[in-house]
Design a protein around this ligand. Sequence first.
Ligand SMILES: Cc1cc2nc3c(=O)[nH]c(=O)nc-3n(C[C@H](O)[C@H](O)[C@H](O)COP(=O)(O)O)c2cc1C
Length: 457
Amino acid sequence: MVRPLSRMTRPLRFNAFAMHALTHQSPGLWRHARDRSREFARLPLWLDLARLWERGLFDGVFLADVLGPYDVFGGDARAAIRSGAQVPAHDPMLLVPAMASVTTHLGFGVTASLSYEPPFLMARRFSTLDHLTDGRIGWNIVTSYLDSAARAMGLAAQRPHDDRYALAEDYMQAVTGLWERSWQPGAVLADRSGAYADPDRVRVIRHHGPSVTMEALHLCAPSPQRTPVLYQAGSSPAGLAFAARHAECVFVSGPSAAVLAPRVARLRAALAAAGRDPSAVQVFALATIVLGGSDAEAADKLADYRRHVDPEGALALLSGWTGVDFAGAPLDGKVRFVENDSGRAALENFTRADPGRDWSVREVADHVGIGGAGPVFCGSAATVADALRDFRDATDIDGFNLAYAVLPESFTDIVDLLVPELQARGLYKTAYAPGTLREKLFGDGPYRKPGGRSGAA
Ligand SMILES: Cc1cc2nc3c(=O)[nH]c(=O)nc-3n(C[C@H](O)[C@H](O)[C@H](O)COP(=O)(O)O)c2cc1C
């Protein structure tokens, strides 16, 4: 695919990828002597991280979330609990106002599942956060992929894969109705000598869809962006169709450019088919970066990190992502694709997405031990800058969603070593753009464009 010039010359974007949890993508690394993850439940760590990410001019932090333990591996949650693999997992939203209070520009992409909460409550919380962050909030729209979460909510199992996207479609109409149409322009008067708001310009939104019924007046006054910046991460056919209709940013994850390039191309094609400008959606690829003063120093650091990986924790995560129980699977056996109600891309990454590469269970466990399914870029700042540029050019992405091995060391290295190298090459911004998160990312106003950035509505 020929990349449009605008995307080739546009600076790379960085998001930090984190979770309000002991472990996110690198199970076992919390045991490293320099790692601060054990402080995850208290604010000082998060305030330090927020300041660091803003010093590095990161566009935002993307906070992942799950609503149940990873209990596919061995049929229970013991391995996840023992290794601390995304158990415990605390509420990500509650971190946001604190981090916003010590930053000015950093955006917050917060994961929230629409499967277990009425749209009215979801819309209210995001509007509140958009106010409290002065328009820096984004929503990573997920439908969840763990049966353990469904059981926790009183259901027998999660909805079938494509039904979850059907629910999501219905749900989006309800929440965007609240955000964009309940309070009309000019509704807020805030006139000390008279009315606060004009009742004729505040209306009840009635939505009667196949899965969602709602009659509600939005309880929040219009926030700086009204609708949070919409992020999405599905790459199955149903996931792509949903992204093509709603997403402003898309997260992708895969171990190599060979896996991601066709996936990004399918997304851009789906956008075009939906009448949107294919380059209007910003795509962020999961990656982990290990840096040193030289390539050799970085390689030593990565070898040290790998010695701390908890292989059982890695397999517990992998089993949860794929819905396949890898306990007792022969470590040298080949990983094969099966279809189930978990996310589809997670298993495709190591099977049919790259027919030229066979993965054994052991190789996949080693790979996901540092940074999950994404690639690890390791070397001096110059080596990694070359690798990121080549990866971007091979895959047609806009930026990286940066997971970590050791917290905050992985990010400190990026900010102090890599960012200056990228800036010197003109590959990274030297200052934030003004305005809300949406304006910083897209530069054309604080509000979502109905029907996407092409204006095709
Ligand atoms: C980088 C990335 C991050 C994700 N983060 C979350 C998350 O925090 N919580 C969640 O429930 N799902 C998360 N997902 C899963 C997606 O929301 C989606 O369920 C998954 O990609 C499968 O979608 P698909 O079957 O359409 O490919 C993430 C996916 C990717 C690629």
